[in-house]
Each structure stands twice: as structure tokens, then as C-alpha cells.
Design a protein around this ligand. Structure first.
Ligand code: IVH
Length: 680
């Protein structure tokens, strides 16, 4: 069948358009059209190819949905072996690495080696082969000599170009890179798996590996895989630049995804600075890294250095301390949270995990505990990441002792012994007793006094426990009557005059917290800091909020039916209302109104701004402070009501959402201009 020229031309145009928008979105991080508009182009192409199958080519973006299942993986021989890297762990070993290079190259004592330093991604190495600029084969590393073909799988990764762009692409170009799953996507994917009652992945690396090793590429297509290119394999002609950094720039120009985090650094000091800088940013990076890779900058020197065994002499991995360690579960206890949630916590034989001694680790909830089947006496792997509470990753079954028993679900609250409940559609088991459960009461008071709530310094866990046990307080309202019991308090706690003074001063000062903090301090379920502030800004006074109808609550920014129900329900309950009324007599939230009025005179009053990505000229915290100083409310999520999205480097999904909702997007320059214009 002869194809009408118009149709082949449109097909070509669609492919070019889709490839262009893919590049803008995935490689440049700067989409030009909405997701919906992109999907429409995509659908049009798929329909055309379905009607005219002769149009289908291996570089068609429609191939990204995943081809038919394979019955086995084909072996691929790597013409240029895929090397591994030697690891080093200390600054001394880093200095030795530099010294060895200087000696091998015969450099002067004083000459420092220039290197490219970059993140070591914790993923899966792959090779991508481009012939005449078209992706024709992808393979896993395997043992470095022989890997497995995963072409159909790699085609599903949107950031991997199916056809290279621009001038001077070698006829044969093999690039190597790391396939990984960004952390945000990993969390979302695991959440979906949990909801579908399927087994979540232990970590992003396993998830990436499991997603690639699927005989059915359609499964791979449904997984949020991404890729960064970090090196070369075979190249047909010698037209590539002479340094590693220029090679990265060139690869990026051809449309290949190269991380922007690499830097050219000089000598041991330059490398070590980069290592420390990346380690400090480790928790903020959108993907998991397990160290830094240093590569000699000059390709000529790389060749002279060559490789030994399976690793190059011109590159090395400087690993970060492990975030996982093995230890023994001494006990499993059940903690009662502020909202009554019963959380199993593993008491551990103390173990050092990347420089911090861990003695407790959360097991999240009983469903998770049962899934991992953690038992008292088990050897377990424990993991900590940043500020989050350490968690038990899994059991080392080979070390399980005979006769160990699964940990049973609690039938009663371990503190007040009320019968535990599990609500429809929830995984959490709760104690339903509310504030009459001493554990919940204690947590409620601690939350009330916490830094982001009423900020009562000096009211730590021990003191709250003691006050409750001695019957000196029974609720948060009693804190403001403690002054009457000053003598008793001092004697009881063996506190000096000064500490007692400080505590009373802190309680006194807390009477002037604004309405937002006050509402947050009440600890209404699902009312976090931001929602509390929105409620305060909207209703301005406690009386107005207490009188609000469900409809009025739903009119508040970011308040949906669940939160509206929680807020309404909280104030309807007699015991809560009584406490709030007692508090209202001593805590002066009324001044909030004056503050709101003052803010309303400001240039960005009543406007919500969201910040995403990293800014060069100021930190996000500074940007937030500047915006708030101008009366804006800075929120964490985009909605139709958002006035501006300030998008720095690597803006991620917020940018896409803003564009889809038609929210004005300011890049850093435009944002600085806005600040400048308003301030003058
Ligand atoms: S370069 C000859 N760069 O780490 C150089 N590798 O432990 C070989 N990896 O197999 C690799 N991030 O899968 C290089 N920025 C990076 C990397 C990186 C992660 C992986 C790669 C390699 C393994 C070696």
C-alpha cells in the first residue's frame, strides 16, 4: 500500500515534536507544553502507526510503552568491557590515589591532577548503543564481558533518547549509564504497591533492578525508571572532545541525560571538598547516591593510565559511610501516639549506622511488622536516612533462632488497656480512648508544648510525665494554672529557682502565640502547621472558627472533606471544647487579627506562592522569609489558587503541575526582579 505523503510527513513531524518535548522535559527540565498536550501528540502518533504499521520504526516514541513479552534474555557481548570501580573510604586513601596517578604519569611533585567529581548513583549499570544516532541496543552490565539485552526495556525510559539530536554524532556511539528510580517516585510506587496489598521494594536500587529484569517490557514501562549517562563504550571515530567534562557537555548536546552535578576539581583538596559538599547535600538529592566518583579529566591521561583487572586506574569511587547496619532485636514494644496509633518499635542492641548510634527502630505498623515478620531475638538490617526515624529493613533469616515466635497483634492498648480498634480501610491499630488514655494525654501535652506549636521551652518528656503522674496537670489547660503550685513543683522536681523561673517564663510567653500555632498545638488529627495557618488566616479569630459551618471550612485553602470533618468533629466534642474554652481565657490569640490586618497592607497580601528547586542567589528559607515579609503565604503545594511558582534549578513535578493549572512560573531572574520591583 502506498502511503499518502501527507501521512508520512505528519508521522515524522509528530516523532520530532515528541522527541523535542521529551528532551525539554527530561533532559533540560524545562517543559514547553502541558502533560495533556504531550499525551495528545503521543496518542495521535500511536493511532497513525496502528493504521499504517509500515510507518513503525525502532526510534518511534510509541515504542516507549513496551513491546511484547520476551521468553528469555538474549546475551550481549560487550566489545569494550564494562569496568567496575575500586572503592576508597578515607582522605588518606584519596591522597594515595592521587599520588599513584602522579607517579604513573611522571608528573612534577607540585602538579595537581585535575579531575571530574560526580555523584555515584546507586542504581544499575547499562550500555546503550546508538547507530547513526538511533538507539539500536541496550544491555545490562552482567559480569562486565557479557550482559543481557534490554533494548525494549530501555526504550520505555523517557529520558533515554531513541534518536540523538544535533551535529557530529559518531556513526557508532555506545554510552554507559546508571538506571535508577528517583526517591519521590520510589515512595509513590511503594505506596501504590502497599495499597494493592503487594510487596513493596526494600530500596530504590532493588526496585530499579527488579523493574529492568522483567521479561515483559510493559511492566518496565509502568515503573518510574530514569537514567543518567556517565561514560563511553565503543565510539566509531575519534571526533570526541579531549576532556571528560567536555564529553559530558557534548553528550548533553546530543540529547543524552547527563547529571548536572559534576564539577571539575583540582587535587586531593578539590576532590575532598566536593565529597564533603555532596555528603552534606546527600539527603536533599532527588536520588540515592552511595558516594562520589572521581575521573581524571584529560582523556589522553585516562588512556595512559589504563586499567588493572576489572577497574580503571584513572577513576575511583569514594564511598559514603553505609546507612545500613545489622544488629539484634532485644525487644518489640508498642508505642501509643498522640492520635492513639499503636506503633511497634524494635528495641535494638545499640549499633552505629553512618556515625549515629541507633537503639530503636520503627516497624511503622502491624501490617508492616507482619510482612517483614520481625521477631524478638532476630538479627535485622537497620537503616537510617537523614532525620527520619531509623527503620528495620528486614530480617536476616539465616540467623533466626529456633523456637522464635511471630509478634502478635495487640488486642488492647498497652497503657490504658482499652480495647484496640482498626477502622475500615486503615492499616493502623488504635487506642480509641483519646485524652483519657494517659499515653495520648502525655503526647498531646508534649505536642502542645513543642517548638513549632506553643514553644514552651523546658517542658520535656520527663517533666510532663512527672506532672501527669503526680496529678498536677490533667490537660494542656492545666499548664497555665501551674503557677499556683510553684512550691510543690520546685520540691517535686528538685528544680532550682532559676529553672522554675525559666519554665514559668516560657509558659507565660506562650500565651502570646498566634492563632495558627494555637490551632496546630491543639493536635487535631491531619491538621499540620500549614493547614492550621490557613485556618487561622481564613477565620482570623477563634470564635469565628468555632462557629464555622462545614461548608465554610471547605472554603479554606487546602482543606478537603477529611480535614473539614476532623476540624468540625474536634470542636464538637464536649471535652475538647471545654479545654479550648479554658485555654481561650488565658491565651491571647486575638492579637493575630491585628497582625493579619498589618499583613493585608503588604504588596503580596493574600497571595500564595510556592517555591521549588534550588535557587542560586539565596536559600529557599531566605526566599520564603522575603516573600512572607511582603505578605505572601508560602505553601508547599500547587493549586489553582497559587499566584506564582518560583522555580529554581531542578523544579521537578511542581513545575509540570503549575503549567497544567496555568499558574504563573517565575524563574530565579524573574523572581529577583519581582522582589526588586516590589521592594522599591
Ligand atoms: S563510571 C570505567 N560513574 O558504579 C568507569 N560509574 O562500582 C566505570 N556508577 O559499574 C563507571 N555512578 O554502575 C561511573 N558517576 C558514575 C557512576 C558509576 C554509579 C556505578 C557503575 C559502576 C559501579 C562501580
Amino acid at each position: 500500500m502506498n502511503l499518502p505523503t501527507k501521512i508520512s510527513a505528519r508521522c515524522l513531524e509528530l516523532r520530532q515534536l515528541i522527541a523535542h518535548h521529551n528532551h525539554c522535559y527530561h533532559t533540560l527540565d524545562a517543559p514547553e507544553i502541558s502533560d495533556a498536550a504531550y499525551d495528545q501528540l503521543f496518542r495521535e502518533l500511536v493511532e497513525l502507526e496502528e493504521t499504517y504499521p509500515q510507518l513503525l520504526t525502532p526510534d518511534s516514541p510509541s515504542q516507549r510503552v513496551g513491546s511484547a513479552p520476551l521468553d528469555h534474555f538474549t546475551k550481549v557481548h560487550h566489545e569494550v568491557p564494562m569496568l567496575s570501580l575500586d572503592n576508597l573510604f578515607t582522605e588518606v586513601a584519596l591522597a594515595e590515589f592521587h599520588q599513584r596517578i602522579r607517579e604513573t604519569l611522571g608528573l612534577d611533585g607540585g602538579e595537581e591532577v585535575v579531575m571530574v567529581a560526580e555523584p555515584k548513583l546507586d542504581g544499575l549499570a547499562v550500555s546503550l548503543l546508538y547507530e547513526q544516532g538511533v538507539l539500536v541496543r541496550a544491555a545490562t552490565r552482567g559480569d562486565g564481558q557479557v550482559g543481557e539485552e534490554v533494548t525494549a526495556h530501555l526504550r520505555t525510559i523517557r529520558s533515554a533518547p531513541l534518536r540523538l539530536l544535533g551535529e557530529g554524532v559518531p556513526d557508532l556511539l555506545e554510552v554507559r549509564g546508571e538506571v535508577f528510580i528517583p526517591l519521590d517516585d520510589f515512595e509513590k510506587m511503594n505506596e501504590q504497591l502497599r495499597q494493592a496489598e503487594e510487596k513493596p521494594f526494600a530500596n530504590p536500587r532493588n526496585a530499579a533492578a527488579g523493574s529492568l529484569r522483567q521479561l515483559d517490557p510493559k511492566i518496565t514501562a509502568a515503573r518510574p525508571l530514569d537514567i543518567y549517562i556517565h561514560g563511553l563504550g565503543q565510539v566509531s571515530d575519534g571526533a570526541l572532545p579531549p576532556t571528560q567534562s567536555e564529553i559530558y557537555q557534548q553528550l548533553k548536546l546530543w540529547g543524552l541525560p547527563v547529571s548536572d552535578d559534576w564539577r571539575v576539581v583540582t587535587g586531593v583538596a578539590g576532590c575532598f571538598d566536593y565529597y564533603q559538599e555532596l555528603q552534606a547535600r546527600r539527603e536533599q538529592l532527588p536520588f540515592e547516591v552511595d558516594g562520589v566518583v572521581y575521573k581524571v579529566e584529560r582523556v589522553g591521561w585516562q588512556r595512559r593510565l589504563g586499567f588493572v583487572a576489572r577497574a580503571p586506574r584513572w577513576a575511583v569511587a569514594h564511598k559514603f559511610p553505609a546507612q545500613e547496619a545489622e544488629t539484634t532485636v532485644n525487644d518489640i514494644e508498642i508505642q501509643v501516639g498522640r492520635t492513639g496509633a499503636l506503633t511497634p518499635v524494635a528495641r535494638l542492641e545499640p549499633v552505629n549506622v553512618s556515625g549515629v548510634v541507633v537503639t530503636n527502630a520503627t516497624l511503622h505498623n502491624f501490617q508492616e511488622l507482619e510482612r517483614k515478620d520481625v521477631r524478638v531475638g532476630d538479627r535485622v538490617r537497620v537503616r537510617r536516612a537523614g532525620d527520619v526515624i531509623p527503620e528495620v529493613v528486614g530480617v536476616v533469616l539465616a540467623h533466626r533462632s529456633e523456637g522464635s515466635q511471630p509478634f502478635p497483634r495487640p488486642s488492647h492498648c498497652p497503657v490504658c488497656h482499652s480495647e484496640a480498634v482498626i477502622s475500615e480501610g486503615e492499616v493502623v491499630i488504635r487506642c480509641p480512648a483519646g485524652l483519657s488514655c494517659p499515653a495520648q494525654c502525655k503526647e498531646a501535652i508534649r505536642h502542645f508544648a513543642s517548638r513549632k506549636a506553643m514553644n514552651i521551652d523546658g517542658l520535656g518528656e520527663k517533666i510532663v510525665e512527672l506532672l501527669l503522674n503526680e496529678g498536677m496537670i490533667g490537660s494542656v489547660a492545666d499548664l497555665y494554672r501551674l503557677a499556683e503550685k510553684r512550691q510543690q513543683l520546685a520540691a517535686l522536681m528538685g528544680l532550682g529557682e532559676k529553672s522554675v523561673d525559666n519554665l514559668f517564663k516560657a509558659i507565660e510567653e506562650s500565651k502570646k502565640r498566634d492563632l495558627g500555632r494555637f490551632l496546630f498545638a491543639l493536635g487535631i488529627r491531619d491538621v499540620g502547621e500549614a493547614t492550621a495557618r490557613n485556618l487561622a488566616d481564613h477565620f482570623e479569630t477563634l470564635e469565628a472558627l468555632l462557629g464555622a459551618t462545614p461548608e465554610a471550612l471547605l472554603g479554606v485553602g487546602e482543606v478537603g472533606p477529611v480535614v473539614a470533618e476532623r476540624v468540625g468533629g474536634f470542636f464538637q466534642r464536649e471535652e475538647n471544647r471545654a479545654i479550648v474554652e479554658q485555654l481561650a481565657q488565658v491565651v491571647d490569640t486575638g492579637w493575630h487579627r491585628a497582625a493579619v490586618r498589618e499583613v493585608s497592607q503588604k504588596p503580596l497580601a493574600g497571595q500564595t506562592v510556592v517555591i521549588t528547586g534550588s535557587l542560586e542567589k539565596m536559600t529557599r528559607r531566605e526566599a520564603k522569609a522575603r516573600l512572607e515579609g511582603l505578605g505572601a503565604k508560602v505553601s508547599g503545594s500547587i493549586s489553582k489558587r497559587t499566584r506564582y511558582l518560583v522555580a529554581g534549578e531542578k523544579p521537578g513535578s511542581k513545575l509540570t503541575k503549575a503549567q497544567a493549572l496555568g499558574v504563573a512560573v517565575l524563574d530565579e531572574a524573574a523572581f529577583l526582579k519581582l522582589l526588586g520591583e516590589i521592594a522599591t
